[in-house]
Design a binder for this molecule. Structure first.
Ligand SMILES: Nc1ncnc2c1ncn2[C@@H]1O[C@H](COP(=O)(O)OP(=O)(O)OP(=O)(O)O)[C@@H](O)[C@H]1O
Ligand SMILES: [Mg+2]
Length: 259
C-alpha cells in the first residue's frame, strides 16, 4: 500500500485572497481506499483547500494530480473527472424532493440534456427512469427511502445530511470530499455517519474536513493538520494527537479529549 501511487496529489499549493495568504505551500497525498481527515482551527484554510481541489478557487501556484495525471479541476465537469463533494452546510435544492436532489448529483450521467428533454425520446425517458431507480437505491442504502418524495426543506437536518451524501455518491466518484459532514448532527447520528463512511471504503476514497475530534480520530486512517494555511502535521490520529505543534495550534481546545 505504501508504494502505491497516490490517488490525489497536492503539490505546493499557494492560494491568496487579496493580500491574505490562505494556503501556503500545501502538499499532501491521498492514497486510494483511505479515509483522510483534514483538521485545523477555524479559518485554517480547509474549505479553501477543498475548493481548490474542486476548481472553485484558482491557486496562485502549485499543482494537482489525480491518478497519476495532472488535474485541472473544472467545477462543472468534476463528477466526470471522478470527484464529488458535499458542501460545508447542505447545498441541497430545498424545494426539490430528496429523490430529485440525489438524481441531480448524477448530472454527467444524465444524457437527456435540453434537446433530449424537448424530444422526450423513449430512450431518454428510460435513462431518466434508471437514474431515479438508482437514486431510490441510494436512499434505501442510507435508510431514508421514506423521505424520497418529500421536499428537502421539510426534512430533519440529519436526514438532509444523508441526502447530501447520497447525492455526492450517485456519481460513483473515485474521490469523495466531505466538508464537515458531522456538523449539526446528534451524537447518535454522528456515530451512524461514521459507520456509513466506513462502509464507503469499499467503493471510494474519502477526504473529509471535520471539527468533531472523536469522529475524526476514530474514523480516519491518516490526518493532515492545517494551521494558518500551512500543513503543520501529517500522520495517524495517534501521532497527530501527540504532536506538540498540533497541541499548540489547538491551544485551549480539546484535541485529544475524547479520542
Ligand atoms: N472567498 C474568499 N474571499 C476572501 N477571503 C476568504 C474567502 N474564502 C475564505 N476566505 C478566508 O480564508 C481563510 C480560510 O478560510 P476557510 O473557509 O478555507 O477556512 P476553514 O479552515 O474551512 O474554516 P472553518 O473551520 O471555519 O470552516 C479565512 O481567513 C477566510 O476568512
Ligand atoms: Mg470550512
Amino acid at each position: 500500500m505504501a508504494q502505491q501511487a497516490p490517488l490525489l496529489r497536492v503539490d505546493e499549493l499557494n492560494v491568496s485572497f487579496g493580500g491574505l495568504k490562505v494556503l501556503q505551500a500545501v502538499s499532501l497525498e491521498v492514497t486510494e481506499g483511505e479515509v483522510l481527515g483534514v483538521i485545523g482551527p477555524n479559518g485554517a484554510g480547509k474549505t479553501t483547500l477543498f475548493n481548490t481541489i474542486c476548481g472553485f478557487v484558482r491557486p496562485d501556484s502549485g499543482a494537482l494530480s489525480f491518478d497519476g495525471h495532472r488535474l485541472v479541476p473544472r467545477p462543472h465537469r468534476l463528477t466526470r473527472q471522478g470527484i464529488a463533494r458535499t458542501l460545508q452546510g447542505l447545498g441541497l435544492f430545498p424545494n426539490l424532493s430528496a429523490l430529485d436532489n440525489v438524481a441531480a448529483g448524477a448530472t454527467h450521467r444524465s444524457r437527456t440534456g435540453p434537446v433530449g428533454a424537448l424530444l422526450a425520446s423513449p430512450w431518454a425517458e428510460r435513462h431518466e427512469l434508471r437514474l431515479r431507480d438508482q437514486a431510490m437505491g441510494m436512499l434505501e442504502q442510507f435508510g431514508i427511502a421514506d423521505a424520497a418524495h418529500r421536499p428537502c426543506a421539510s426534512l430533519p437536518y440529519g436526514i438532509r445530511k444523508r441526502v447530501a451524501l447520497a447525492r455526492a455518491l450517485i456519481s460513483e466518484p473515485r474521490l469523495l470530499l466531505l466538508d464537515e459532514p458531522a456538523a449539526g448532527l446528534s451524537a447518535a447520528e454522528t456515530a451512524e455517519l461514521a459507520d456509513i463512511v466506513r462502509g464507503l471504503r469499499q467503493r471510494t476514497t474519502v477526504m473529509l474536513v471535520e471539527h468533531h475530534m472523536e469522529f475524526v480520530m476514530n474514523l480516519c486512517d491518516r490526518l493532515v493538520v492545517l494551521d494558518f494555511g500551512e500543513v503543520i502535521a501529517t500522520g495517524t490520529p495517534a501521532q497527530v494527537r501527540e504532536d506538540p505543534a498540533v497541541q499548540r495550534a489547538y491551544l485551549g481546545e480539546a484535541v485529544a479529549a475524547d479520542a
